[in-house]
Design a protein around this ligand. Structure first.
Ligand SMILES: Cc1ncc(COP(=O)(O)O)c(C=O)c1O
Length: 460
């Protein structure tokens, strides 16, 4: 399916990706796709940390995002262990609520926010402000003021307007905030590919090739109101190939050397951003944090040696890789429709309002029938939502058992990142709750929206 501004184009009639083959066992769970504590119990239903998904559906309704808390915590610990002398910032844009702020804080992570709303959530959950980083290409005066008043640990500068804005606010308050400069390094990395270009046609950061990044660094150093701690680069998302980081580290450390040569200042920090890939389908094979860390460390050490720079204190900003695999969405099937032998459409009780990624990015997901095991043959299915869009697709292609039927539960793994956080009320569908499960106990951490919530905003 290709995107079109007026909706989906269905140029893929009856096709499926070549890698998707009928599974030997349609009930099998592919381990890399599921939170670590998800199993298929002896009676065939999925269980998470000992809880039967049928009980979760009965108690919390569907759709529901189910968070395996120990899985999320263990991913935090994996990153911390892999990067012991770096700061690991969880990128809150992937999914943020107070319970998750507390979890990542307890696991020793820092936190990136990029709006006043994310900042408010972090502060209200008790995140120490000095452990916060504040991103964004258009932070308002109100947002910057709030960040300064709260004592946010670092602000990542994104434009000359913002440098002036923050400088004025810092002068007014007599404070000296710590800042990084976001550098657009001309590397675009998505999934298995990256492109290193000379120009940087995007809204984020200061262009390296055009000289804006160096000019921004000189301005901050020369004005001496803000404390320039280092440079920042973030090259993309769902990255599996470390070679994009190699090019970006080389370029950004080249700038670091230029700043040293021009101003005699060696910046003590370097942030390499996030974007580390996760498995959405059997085709994705993400690197373990440990291997990633080894690659990044080698790249940075090598480039620093080449530039005769001291190795800066590193930070990284994983979002998806922390929360993405820790969550699955549980839906109930409402209708099953065989379309002229082309494919079977399995409609669930959510859709693009709880997962926009398929429509927005042409993202691929996987799915399984969750309330039972089946002895039926695998059937090529498309899991679709209940919205008034033909592009309202949750899982484009998946083999489900041929006896999938209304009332079945379908679970879609890998929905922790950029699903609830991008959820909408399209068609006035209330957004689903998030339930955290740990040690056989479930707790609601974000409640379901109600029709009253929707109507409460409608004051006309
Ligand atoms: C600056 C920055 N850091 C970190 C991230 C997190 O990326 P991911 O969730 O893919 O790790 C993003 C995502 O857009 C970002 O823009």
């Amino acid at each position: 399916m290709r995107a079109h501004e007026a909706g989906a184009l269905h140029g893929d009639i009856g096709s499926r990706p070549p890698w998707l083959r009928p599974p030997g066992d349609v009930n099998a769970l592919v381990p890399q796709l599921w939170p670590r504590n998800v199993t298929r119990a002896a009676d065939g239903a999925l269980a998470v940390a000992g809880l039967d998904v049928r009980d979760l559906a009965a108690e919390y309704g569907t759709p529901v995002y189910v968070l395996d808390e120990d899985d999320l915590r263990s991913r935090c610990r994996d990153f911390r262990a892999a990067f012991p002398d770096a700061d690991v910032y969880y990128a809150g844009k992937a999914f943020l609520c107070r319970a998750v702020v507390r979890m990542i804080a307890e696991e020793g992570l820092f936190l990136d926010v990029c709006t006043g709303g994310e900042l408010a959530t972090a502060l209200s959950a008790g995140m120490p402000p000095e452990r916060l980083g504040f991103h964004g290409n258009n932070k308002s005066v109100a947002e910057l003021s709030r960040a300064l008043d709260a004592g946010v640990g670092r602000i990542i500068l994104d434009s000359f307007t913002e440098i002036d804005r923050l400088t004025a606010l810092a002068r007014e308050r007599g404070v000296r905030p710590r800042v990084l400069i976001r550098v657009t390094v001309g590397v675009e990395a998505h999934t298995h590919e990256f492109i290193a270009t000379a120009h940087e046609d995007q809204k984020f950061g200061f262009s390296l090739a055009g000289g804006a990044a160096a000019a921004a660094a000189f301005k901050v150093i020369d004005e001496d109101v803000l404390e320039l701690r280092g440079l920042h680069s973030h090259i993309g998302s769902q990255i599996f190939d470390a070679s994009g980081f190699e090019v970006s580290a080389r370029r950004v450390l080249g700038l670091q050397a230029q700043i040293r040569d021009a101003r005699g200042v060696e910046l003590p920090e370097l942030d390499l951003g996030g974007g580390f890939g996760i498995a959405y389908t059997t085709q994705d094979d993400p690197a373990a944090p440990h291997d990633l860390a080894k690659r990044l460390r080698k790249i940075v050490d090598g480039e620093c040696a080449a530039e005769k720079l001291a190795v800066p204190h590193l930070s990284i900003e994983p979002g998806r890789a922390i929360v993405g695999p820790a969550v699955f969405t549980l839906y109930e099937v409402g209708t099953v429709k065989d379309v002229d032998g082309i494919r079977t459409y399995v409609s669930v009780d959510g859709g693009m309002s709880d997962n926009i990624r398929t429509a927005l990015y042409d993202a691929s997901y996987s799915a399984t029938v969750a309330n039972r095991a089946s002895t039926a043959e695998p059937l090529l299915a498309r899991v679709v939502g209940k919205h008034c869009e033909s592009g309202d697709i949750v899982v484009k292609d998946e083999f489900l058992p041929a006896d999938v039927q209304p009332g079945d539960l379908v679970a879609v793994p890998g929905t922790g990142a950029y699903c609830r956080s991008m959820a909408s009320n399209y068609n006035h569908v209330p957004r689903p709750p998030v339930v955290a499960v740990r040690d056989g106990r479930a707790r609601l951490i974000v409640r379901r929206e109600t029709e009253d919530d929707l109507l409460a905003l409608d004051v006309g």
